[in-house]
Design a protein around this ligand. Sequence first.
Ligand SMILES: C[S@@+](CC[C@H](N)C(=O)[O-])C[C@H]1O[C@@H](n2cnc3c(N)ncnc32)[C@H](O)[C@@H]1O
Length: 257
Amino acid sequence: MSDETKSIHEFNFDLICEYFSAIERQGPGSPEMTLKALGFIDNLNAGSRIADLGCGTGGQTMTLAQNTSGSITGIDLFPAFIDLFNANARSLGLDDRVKGIAGSMDDIPFEEGELDLIWSEGAIYNIGFEKGLRYWHKFLKPGGFVAVTEASWFTEERPEEIETFWHDAYPAIDTIPRKLDVLQKAGYIPVACFILPESCWTEHYYKPQAKAREVFLEKHMGNAMAEELVENERREAVLYDRYREYYGYVFYIGRKI
Ligand SMILES: C[S@@+](CC[C@H](N)C(=O)[O-])C[C@H]1O[C@@H](n2cnc3c(N)ncnc32)[C@H](O)[C@@H]1O
């Protein structure tokens, strides 16, 4: 990567952070679906250790915390998200057992066999579904759970436009049976999987962005990077609207063997 490219990426990081900090969630999902996934997990108590990897500002983490009694460590690459995460935990009175730390999900600060549950909504793609599942496995206790959402194809064949978009964005996107195969081969019993409803994208993700965009664009008027970022997000929303029957996010829940 050239220095020039690197500096553009760094600049983008700040803008991306600012843009997504203004909304409750940084990816598709909802409190109802977080709770639905949690309903499949039956090993938790007040002594449980939970990690939420790629937690963002903690939308789903706070739902988890309000419905479990153990302690939760949120990890995200962006320190600005972690500052908001910790402020959210404080304002909800959860900071005695919910802590956010900046770090990467491919180098996590836990002991082998320490965790009862690893959670990750809309984030494992950053290191790849297979790599993440295989690497995180050793940090779980035997019988511990992993619960992640992952972009997945709903059909074997797709229109070229959406195929090309995902090939560029995340070539590891695959069908649900093939994702389950990866989960199983990584050492987990596939306990459940379900497709997130469209409202997780429209109501909980794209709609809040539409409002935040106006404020963001006004603040960064004339900034080509900011305008490009907004345009990318808009295009993503348009593609989702057009091709929503072909792909979406799927919750995959596995138990460590
Ligand atoms: C699509 S957002 C999802 C955030 C949150 N889980 C949610 O559902 O609202 C993906 C998150 O992964 C974080 N991220 C990207 N690469 C990461 C890495 N290597 N380790 C930890 N977090 C990472 C991003 O900063 C971002 O907060």
